[in-house]
Design a protein around this ligand. Structure first.
Ligand code: SF4
Ligand code: SF4
Length: 134
């Protein structure tokens, strides 16, 4: 093998190694993201079902309105009741009977991380105290 072809093959190898490393780290990031989603689903189910007081406290910090993007209905997997509309919005096929954790999403700041920033709700740090008008 000539020196030029050795250099070329070394370059090729290092390029392949870089690509393999990128794929590996993307797979690790995806796995971490999905693990966070799974944890979040369970956390929201438990909170919405058994911790009503906590829900009230959390929702006091929530602001904004739903833009009907449907991202929360695709956490971990796409819900079979999710319907996509022609205008790009979504709706729920069992809206009146949807589970509490669906009605209440998002309950806290960390829930937003599971929908990669597409949710239009946001959270404030502390509840705002309303002063009496004089
Ligand atoms: S039940 Fe309805 S609100 Fe809940 S995830 Fe499915 S489509 Fe969304
Ligand atoms: S992710 Fe947020 S804005 Fe989008 S449908 Fe769910 S609650 Fe509404």
């Amino acid at each position: 093998m000539t020196r030029t072809s050795k250099r070329r093959s070394a370059r090729q190898r290092s390029l392949e190694e870089v690509l393999a490393e990128r794929l590996r780290s993307r797979a690790v990031e995806d796995a971490k993201f999905r693990a966070r989603q799974a944890q979040g689903k369970l956390r929201r189910f438990v909170t919405a079902t058994f911790r009503k007081e906590e829900v009230i406290e959390k929702l006091a910090l929530r602001r904004g309105e739903c833009n009907r993007c449907g991202a929360c209905c695709e956490i971990l997997f796409k819900c079979p009741f999710l319907k996509k509309q022609t205008d790009g919005t979504t709706s729920c096929g069992i809206y009146e009977d949807r589970p509490n954790q669906c009605r209440l999403f998002p309950m806290e700041q960390r829930d937003l991380a599971e929908v990669r920033g597409t949710c239009s709700f946001y959270f404030i740090e502390k509840p705002v105290k309303l002063e009496k008008a004089s």
